[in-house]
Design a protein around this ligand. Sequence first.
Ligand SMILES: *[C@@H]1O[C@H](CO)[C@@H](O)[C@H](O)[C@H]1NC(C)=O
Ligand SMILES: *[C@@H]1O[C@H](CO)[C@@H](O)[C@H](O)[C@H]1NC(C)=O
Ligand SMILES: *[C@@H]1O[C@H](CO)[C@@H](O)[C@H](O)[C@H]1NC(C)=O
Ligand SMILES: *[C@@H]1O[C@H](CO)[C@@H](O)[C@H](O)[C@H]1NC(C)=O
Ligand SMILES: *[C@@H]1O[C@H](CO)[C@@H](O)[C@H](O)[C@H]1NC(C)=O
Ligand SMILES: *[C@@H]1O[C@H](CO)[C@@H](O)[C@H](O)[C@H]1NC(C)=O
Ligand SMILES: *[C@@H]1O[C@H](CO)[C@@H](O)[C@H](O)[C@H]1NC(C)=O
Ligand SMILES: *[C@@H]1O[C@H](CO)[C@@H](O)[C@H](O)[C@H]1NC(C)=O
Ligand SMILES: *[C@@H]1O[C@H](CO)[C@@H](O)[C@H](O)[C@H]1NC(C)=O
Ligand SMILES: *[C@@H]1O[C@H](CO)[C@@H](O)[C@H](O)[C@H]1NC(C)=O
Ligand SMILES: *[C@@H]1O[C@H](CO)[C@@H](O)[C@H](O)[C@H]1NC(C)=O
Length: 825
Amino acid sequence: MALLRAACLSPLPLSLLFLLLPFFALHHAPLSSAADTISANNSLSGSQTITSASGTFVLGFFKPGNSSGNYYVGIWYSISNVTRVWVANRENPVADPSKSELRISDDGNLVLLDQSEAIIWTTNTSVSSNSTVAVILDSGNLQLRDASNESHVFWQSFDHPTDTWLPGGKIGLNKVTNQTQRLTAWKNSADPAPGIFSLEIDPNGTGQYFTLWNMTTSYWTSGIWKDNIFSNVPEMTSNNIYYVFQYVSDEKENYFTYTVNDDKIITRVVMDVSGQVRQSTWVATQQSWQQSFIKPSQQCQVYASCGAFGRCNEIITPFCNCVKGFSPKSESDWNLNDRSGGCVRDTPLQCQGSLLNSEKDKFLEMTNVRLPVNSHSLSGVGSEETCEVGCLSNCSCTAYSYNSSGCSVWYGDLMHLQEQYSESDAGILYLRLAASELPSSSSSKGTITWIAVGVTVAVLACVAMVWFITWRRRSRRMTRVSTAVGGALVPFTYGELQHATKNFSHKLGEGGFGSVFKGWLPDSTVIAVKKLEGLRQGEKQFRTEVSTIGTIQHVNLVRLLGFCSEGDKKLLVYEFMPKGSLDTLLFEPTPTALDWKTRYQIAVGTARGLAYLHEQCRDCIIHCDIKPENILLDESFVPKVSDFGLAKLVGRDFSRVLTTMRGTRGYLAPEWIAGVAITAKADVYSYGMMLLEIISGRRNLTGPEEGRHGFFPALVAGKLVDGEVESLLDYGLGGEAESEEVERACRLACWCIQNDEISRPTMGQVVQVLEGLLEVNVPPIPRSLQLLADETPDHNINFYFDSQTRSTTSNSSQVKSTTSNSSGA
Ligand SMILES: *[C@@H]1O[C@H](CO)[C@@H](O)[C@H](O)[C@H]1NC(C)=O
Ligand SMILES: *[C@@H]1O[C@H](CO)[C@@H](O)[C@H](O)[C@H]1NC(C)=O
Ligand SMILES: *[C@@H]1O[C@H](CO)[C@@H](O)[C@H](O)[C@H]1NC(C)=O
Ligand SMILES: *[C@@H]1O[C@H](CO)[C@@H](O)[C@H](O)[C@H]1NC(C)=O
Ligand SMILES: *[C@@H]1O[C@H](CO)[C@@H](O)[C@H](O)[C@H]1NC(C)=O
Ligand SMILES: *[C@@H]1O[C@H](CO)[C@@H](O)[C@H](O)[C@H]1NC(C)=O
Ligand SMILES: *[C@@H]1O[C@H](CO)[C@@H](O)[C@H](O)[C@H]1NC(C)=O
Ligand SMILES: *[C@@H]1O[C@H](CO)[C@@H](O)[C@H](O)[C@H]1NC(C)=O
Ligand SMILES: *[C@@H]1O[C@H](CO)[C@@H](O)[C@H](O)[C@H]1NC(C)=O
Ligand SMILES: *[C@@H]1O[C@H](CO)[C@@H](O)[C@H](O)[C@H]1NC(C)=O
Ligand SMILES: *[C@@H]1O[C@H](CO)[C@@H](O)[C@H](O)[C@H]1NC(C)=O
């Protein structure tokens, strides 16, 4: 499961293998033979460590977090980013590692002793040998074995995983000993003690995984293992070339294990403190972990991820907050991402509470929430009032909800609440709070006051009526728009948008999903309103999708402000971009509109926006229609990608995207044209085509008169091999350009339009190349262009980005090094 990429995440590109090479080269230095072993006369203390033979894993004492005085024995990768994969004494830290000792005890077990020689942790197994050693292997496995025969293994850390599952490790169940190998999250980011979330195999032997809360409540399952995939993980393909995944079930045990085909890939699967299972792969050139898999994909799907009386939301950060009238039980635990303690009441309820309190508890109405689990239904209740009374009459009742099918009440802690929830089990929850927590509705002030108030109100109402009618709509819209700035999306009525756009009279453009109109809100905010066409989505689904898109915020993405959904009328309201779209500036007759510096910044910004969509959003979003028309520019020419998420809105599965989406000729990746399911690499292709247009200032496809020699991408590919790129630049720029940047952009664009999607860089790599952090080699001529290029030399180039050196390596004699000696402006 975790091992196999989600379909829209980029597959681990071949390039990664190359990226990883330099890192490994550093660690192949020979080490003395004992450096990976703890033996009878060689114990570990203080800052001493042992390191696996090829240097990948280290065992020693460590201290999580920066201030706690708790030390643990653990295993971590010897990479710059300290990442622990196993902890021995999870629950029993030692205070002073220099006075503690990890050694082989007299009975042959590996033990951890503290300063008073007390046993803190032990392998606690029966050893049938008079001499044992503990060895850290290159797989990250720590083995206790016979000193003279290494195939006599008495204990190994792979049988006792903590929160990390390494290639070669097992997650399973030993039917003989009833021992389970499960992943258990850390308690919080600074405490390796077992937390509340775990991942384990179904003890019934159905061959599926469960993620569990508190070892009892399952909140995600992989589905059963059949035909080499899990039924709930369809994106897992059996022909994945990087991982081999196996389920073993025999009379002794049931387990899953996986191996990586290439031992240069550093990868791990972790049960995270957040309750999500994540797979990450180390990218040495970026010195960071790249996440490739998260299940469940949404934080709020994790059971009780915000604890009791905590409320989860997908839309804003932090994703957890306490419901009104409650505060985190432990602020410090919350700050360490441990919310299992949940929230506690600020003011006690009347019946649990103080003697003086005479006012009855009240109820707070919460709309659009996912109702908490474990409700009880009160039978024979026919009205909302009796439901409320029913709840009030029992001190342990904390909430109720009433609908046409009856009255539900909750006793004790409310778990698994989610706000802004728009699925079928959403409802209105009435939360019980002490009266002082809710504003008084002052119902007992006496009749005289009431009459006085009544008369005044009547008079004022008449006076205010005219004003009110005139200004109501305007002020309403204005407050709603100002709340939009704070984050939430504004639901507009169709009438409001009709009014704002002067009955859709100022058309700005037309795209694959509908037309765009300019509009003005009453507070004079300028907006762009997109009328969506051909959307056949239900109201709820539309709202869910739109609110997901609405949460995506990045300086290089056009901001969604609001939406309208009335029957067939589906509209989206965006911020207005004063400089319009890139195509008008790029292809207009006056060529000086965009100088090189601005063009380069547009290329970088667009790439950043796309990288964000592909790699950093909770759900990967493939744009599916990258072209200059969809890149908008703000006042200072900052590019913003528009129309993102619409492909997703139209249909999540690619086959539907393929059939309903138009895409745009000239920017379509070959696999798309071929009708194969597309990945984020299709956007990379389109981006490459657009980048060429940014360089040349003209359309790649200009019309029927286009001869084969004139097709710009082919020209670029050819010139790159010849090492003369200045001639490719837009004539309009008069040579005013940074030649190194031009060359870099040309090479990069050519990599982006490779036929084989594996050869294309990811958008994240594109950003790094443009920023000059990664060097890019001369690309091969894309296969589809080879026919067009003047000559078709055999470019058998099997190298890729090279972070170490600019010079090209030797694999192809055809390649000339085209480093920075080209003349500038
Ligand atoms: C212990 O150390 C001594 C000397 O350093 C060495 O001769 C001996 O072989 C070692 N014993 C083991 C079991 O490694
Ligand atoms: C520990 O780290 C936090 C931030 O991560 C920092 O605010 C705090 O000052 C650090 N404490 C010490 C003792 O370094
Ligand atoms: C070792 O295991 C036995 C039984 O499996 C248990 O009773 C004992 O407490 C364990 N000892 C330690 C130190 O964990
Ligand atoms: C350890 O066992 C081996 C054979 O099993 C034996 O030859 C040797 O004398 C033993 N050593 C000790 C110290 O008991
Ligand atoms: C090590 O143990 C294995 C399995 O018990 C046995 O087949 C092998 O002969 C032993 N090797 C040595 C050198 O004793
Ligand atoms: C393992 O669990 C099964 C079922 O729960 C039980 O019947 C069996 O006795 C257990 N075996 C051991 C060794 O505890
Ligand atoms: C596993 O077996 C137990 C008892 O036999 C049963 O109650 C439970 O529902 C089973 N779980 C699944 C997922 O089949
Ligand atoms: C987890 O379960 C245990 C008993 O199985 C219970 O005592 C504990 O309160 C539960 N934890 C939470 C946070 O509910
Ligand atoms: C380690 O990597 C994570 C994510 O990749 C990052 O958030 C963190 O800052 C890194 N830590 C260090 C010390 O580089
Ligand atoms: C309140 O409800 C709980 C849970 O159903 C029940 O155990 C308890 O007896 C009730 N208390 C009263 C006073 O009805
Ligand atoms: C009423 O609420 C209950 C749970 O509180 C829910 O299961 C049921 O589907 C709701 N019925 C309707 C008609 O919404």
